[in-house]
Design a protein around this ligand. Structure first.
Ligand SMILES: [Zn+2]
Length: 77
């Protein structure tokens, strides 16, 4: 349950840090989209059509990677 809480907190923190992504989150073809190399990714399409900077999407992916690494360390992996 603690792990679930952490995951939830991370995704909220991500959305709070990138409010311009909010309209696109959940619009990807795949529900578990990583917004990286998946086809029909709503976030990537928005970035590529100039809704926000592609740089911001990179920052989002980096931030998420850091969260995941931090979580792994917290669990002692
Ligand atoms: Zn996506």
């Amino acid at each position: 349950m603690q792990t679930f809480g952490l995951v939830h907190l991370d995704s909220e923190a991500l959305e709070a840090s990138f409010p311009e992504f909010r309209p696109y989150i959940g619009k990807c073809r795949f529900r578990d989209c990583r917004h990286d190399s998946e086809p029909d990714c709503a976030l990537r399409e928005a970035a590529e059509s100039g809704k926000f900077e592609v740089k911001r999407l990179r920052q989002f992916l980096d931030f998420r990677t850091e969260c995941e690494l931090g979580r792994r360390q917290a669990q002692g992996w």
